[in-house]
Ligand binder design. Structure first.
Ligand code: PMM
Length: 272
């Protein structure tokens, strides 16, 4: 069954939950609640990647995430560290993280792939074309589906060339990264081809702008209808089910219990 990765953002400015869990104790308490709700994996991040976000230094990033990673790993949680910085990734792995989630697919920091090769951590290579400050400048595609699959395959090849076994590579279509609204739906339609690359596939749609755009269109008859967090979470549970049907290994979400319920319904529908 598709795994659920709960999002633990220890940032002041993340897309939907920035600032809520900036304090380590609050982040740890939130992560425990996600685990109790059925999260199989916890993704801890200290740098926001929302469109337009500024970079944070490695020292600030590590001060935010390491106490949280250490505490959760000590409790037996499978922790993923969401970072583009090799030094932060190594420090988090030393603190017990088992997965490094690099939204840049190893492109932001040239040390990332060789650093991970020297550990036994898994690595998520997300489709990415540039930092968040100007990510829409890169949203030009000849064909989203084939460009995406080719670019992700190239990052996976770079990882194996750097010495990371293919079995430790996880790929991700990078929903919301360098893609405008409708291009995200095209990227999701590429999931079967991405799964066809032979690596595990992680998908992150949770509460993202393209979902809010769709909900705004859907409620066109009631334009005043607010796109609440609840509506985004319901839509995310639907995209999680569809991603699971397309063969995703895991989905990265804020609302773990809604997605857990939705995936549980799918498994019963499928008789598994
Ligand atoms: N999305 C965000 C951050 N990290 N990592 C992966 N692998 N895939 C994603 O889609 C992804 C990510 C941005 O979302 P947030 O600011 O709500 O955490």
């Amino acid at each position: 069954m598709t795994l659920v990765m709960g999002i633990v953002n220890v940032t002041p400015d993340s897309f939907s939950d920035g600032g809520r869990y900036l304090d380590a104790d609050a982040a740890i308490a939130h992560a425990r609640a996600l685990r109790a709700a059925g999260a199989d994996l916890l993704d801890v991040g200290g740098e926001s990647t929302r469109p337009g976000a500024e970079r944070v230094g490695a020292a600030v990033e590590q001060a935010r995430v390491l106490p949280v990673v250490t505490a959760l790993a000590a409790e037996g949680a499978v922790v993923s560290i969401d970072t583009m910085n090799a030094a932060t990734a190594l420090a988090a792995v030393a603190a017990g993280a088992r997965i490094v989630n690099d939204v840049s697919g190893g492109l932001a920091d040239p040390d990332m792939l060789p650093a991970i090769a020297g550990t036994d951590a898994d690595i998520v290579l997300q489709h990415w074309r540039g930092h968040s400050a100007d990510m829409y400048a890169h949203a030009e595609y000849a064909d989203v589906r084939s460009d995406l699959v080719r670019e992700v395959a190239a990052r996976a090849a770079a990882a194996t060339a750097a010495g990371i076994p293919a079995s430790r590579v996880i790929v991700d279509p990078g929903i919301g990264f360098g893609k405008r609204g409708p291009q995200n739906w095209e990227a999701l339609r590429a999931l079967d081809a991405l799964v066809g690359l032979g690596h595990r596939v992680l998908v992150g749609t949770s509460r993202k702008g393209f979902i809010a755009d769709a909900l705004r269109e859907i409620s066109a008859e009631a334009p005043a209808a607010e796109v609440t967090e609840q509506r985004r979470d319901l839509a995310t549970a639907v995209t999680s089910v569809l991603a699971a049907q397309a063969g995703a290994w895991a989905v990265r979400v804020h609302d773990v219990s809604a997605t857990r319920d939705a995936l549980g319904v799918l498994s019963r529908w499928e008789g598994r």
